[in-house]
Design a protein around this ligand. Structure first.
Ligand code: TNX
Length: 638
């Protein structure tokens, strides 16, 4: 008997502790309002699963499956709540006055009620699932609570470049699973670029047969010294597969926006149909610029990264081609928006082309920038007539914006600000604020090959997509925020996962949570460690953050207090002070300690975090310096 009391006490002790320490109940992104009451809903085999609305069957199945696999309760279904029984209830009734995509969670000792319509109900189940995997104590439980929640932004996007590297359909679905579980609602699918055309177009089969494959890929970092690997590389999605993705995404309340790049980043299409170039007879590889290309003549799919001069020429042939392509794209993707690229289009070939120069004169344009603007406006008109709207990268501002275009601001915020000031809608995705998830996540030498830059999840978290300089009216044009994963240096699904997380979690909180609900400490120290422990169990290859509390810059002084926390629940931190690389053989961090450094000396703390699965973080170093450099200088003078 005593034992039972003791374990009950312990169980409630743990639960009680969780109550104060986890004000957002483990939910990422943080909800609008969380009102706790004392006590818990405890799961047992008598709990009935009630879903009276057939349109919610898919959502209900997801939640039920989670409870079955995670808690091993296979709950009994019912259409109404049986008298006196504990129940989980899913319903759209009561959601009428909620903002779009909003939901309620009401938990009493007898009932977990999820209220929402469509996306709202889906997000309610995501929040409940997160509460369940944050639970502590011997039996599955959730605290008694009233949650009201809805998003800050309507557009919450994740982009993936499948041109530089190609990813299988199964991974695209996994990507959609991951982003939607963090309440992201848009998947921007970057389908075409210089290094590969990835979507089947029936009228132009060479786009994928020729444009879908390249004869090699640059080795190492651009421009590199190793040449290319000479291996045929490529792949594409059939229209049936793309439709499968659209349907799959829809079931997770994610809209797929396809991107067809124009007029730049067009080498793959030009390799397939050289007439799309101003100079169809010019070789793609020029010997002195691409010595590794050997004797390959004619138009080629690019094998290195960067920006290329050979772009679409604005002839009637090209416009007809693009309109045909867009007709097929529209038939696959029901999204309101079609992304038409518009970025990084060098004007060199247009300058050299007699046709382009004559067209500039004929249309009374000032220069090649206005020619690009003419290009985009024609495409916009075509798509508007089909009931669609365009999104373009911020270069579409140059030479004048197309009348109804939405601008994706990537070169900082200035493009977005200028567009909003012209009353155009804007999606913020500035590389400088950390939203380029192809950038590296720390300066540690262990980080894998990447394009460079530095985007920590803290930097992402601290970004606010609404610039202060805008007026109240202009601010309404900021539709939302997106992060991009360009894949020049990301060749596998595992590496995409590494680049995506944990930055995805930070992104979701800036996309969804009200500004006043953001709290980096609670995010980093309480919720993230729970989520990462869960993902660790699922075998997801997220980046393991270094120990919480470790400085990343040089610390000066003679005495330092080292106070660390693992970044993942259940993880261990090992450290060295002897310059060796830490592993399980090093000292296990168990409690705060002091480092003393004698005058003229320095010490290097090296840590590693090892997750419960055995996966490990990069080695993170901190230098504790007490006049070391100065002493060295003195010494060398002697
Ligand atoms: C710029 S962002 C690009 C991409 C590259 C990326 C690498 C944008 C519209 N264009 O083509 O992949 O930088 O970070």
């Amino acid at each position: 008997m005593k034992k039972i009391y003791l374990s009950l006490f312990l169980a409630f002790g743990i639960i009680g502790l969780q109550a104060q320490d986890n004000p957002n109940l483990g939910i990422i992104p943080a909800p609008v309002s969380v009102e706790r009451q004392n006590g818990h809903f405890l799961f047992d085999n008598s709990v009935v699963f009630v879903n009276g609305e057939r349109e919610n069957d898919q959502i209900a199945a997801l939640l039920k499956e989670f409870i079955k696999t995670q808690a091993e309760f296979n709950l009994v279904n019912a259409n109404t709540v049986p008298v006196g029984k504990k129940a989980i209830v899913l319903t759209s009734q009561g959601s009428e006055n909620l903002p779009k995509e909003g939901y309620l969670i009401q938990i009493t000792p007898k009932q977990i009620k999820l209220v929402g319509k469509g996306a709202g109900l889906f997000y309610a189940t995501q929040s409940l699932i997160q509460m369940l995997y944050s639970h502590q104590g011997p039996t599955l439980n959730v605290p008694l609570v009233n949650i009201t929640d809805y998003p800050r932004f309507a557009y919450r996007g994740n982009h993936l470049d499948v041109s530089r590297h190609f990813f299988p359909l199964s991974f695209i679905k996994k990507y959609i699973d991951l982003i939607s579980s963090y309440k992201m609602n848009t998947f921007h699918w970057h389908l075409t670029d210089d290094q590969g055309w990835r979507i089947e177009i029936k009228k132009y089969p060479k786009l994928t047969a020729v444009g879908g494959y390249r004869n090699g890929t640059i080795v190492g970092n651009y421009p590199g010294t190793g040449g290319t690997d000479n291996e045929n590389y490529g792949g594409f999605y059939t229209q049936a597969e793309a439709k499968e993705i659209v349907e799959y995404a829809k079931s997770k309340f994610v809209t797929v926006i396809p991107e067809i790049e124009m007029p730049g980043h067009a080498s793959a299409a030009i390799a397939a149909y050289p007439e799309l170039s101003a100079f169809p007879d010019r070789d793609t590889f020029i010997a002195d610029k691409a010595p590794w290309s050997g004797s390959r003549k004619g138009k080629q799919v690019q094998q290195t990264w960067g920006v290329f001069d050979d772009v679409f020429v604005p002839t009637e042939y090209t416009f007809n081609f693009l309109q045909d392509v867009l007709d097929e794209v529209i038939a696959i993707f029901p999204s309101k928006y079609i992304h038409i690229g518009g970025d990084e289009c060098p004007k060199e070939y247009w300058k050299q082309s007699e046709f382009c120069q004559a067209l500039i004169k004929k249309l009374n344009l000032k220069d090649e920038h206005e020619l690009q603007s003419y290009f985009i406006q024609r495409i916009e008109k075509y798509l508007n007539n089909k009931g669609r709207s365009i999104i373009g990268w911020d270069e579409i501002l140059e030479g004048g914006l197309a009348p109804n275009a939405t601008v994706m601001s990537w070169r900082g915020e200035s493009g977005g600000i200028a567009a909003a000031q012209q009353n155009h809608d804007v999606i913020m995705t500035p590389a400088s604020a950390g939203l380029y998830f192809d950038h590296k996540q720390s300066n540690a030498p262990d980080e894998p090959l990447s394009i460079g830059g530095l985007s920590t999840f803290e930097k992402v978290y601290n970004y606010n997509p609404v610039p202060d300089v805008l007026t109240v009216e202009q601010k309404k044009h900021i539709l939302g925020v997106q992060a991009n994963i360009w894949t020049e240096y990301i060749e596998s699904p595992e590496k995409v996962e590494y680049h995506l997380m944990p930055r995805l979690m930070a992104l979701s909180e800036i996309a969804w949570s009200a500004l006043e609900r953001k709290d980096f400490n609670d995010f980093q120290e309480t919720r993230l460690p729970i989520h990462l422990a869960f993902l660790d169990k699922q075998g997801i290859n997220f980046r393991i953050p270094s120990a919480i509390g470790q400085a990343t810059n040089v610390q000066k002084g003679s005495e330092f207090e080292i106070n660390l926390k693992p970044s993942i629940n259940g993880a261990r931190i090992y450290y060295t002070l002897d310059n060796y690389r830490p592993a399980e053989t090093a000292a296990l961090y168990t409690k705060p300690f002091k480092i003393n450094v004698e005058p003229g000396k320095r010490k290097i703390l090296k840590t590693i975090v090892i997750a419960p699965s055995g996966r490990r973080s990069v080695v993170m170093e901190t230098e504790y310096n007490n006049g070391y450099l100065e002493a060295k200088k003195e010494e060398s003078k002697k």
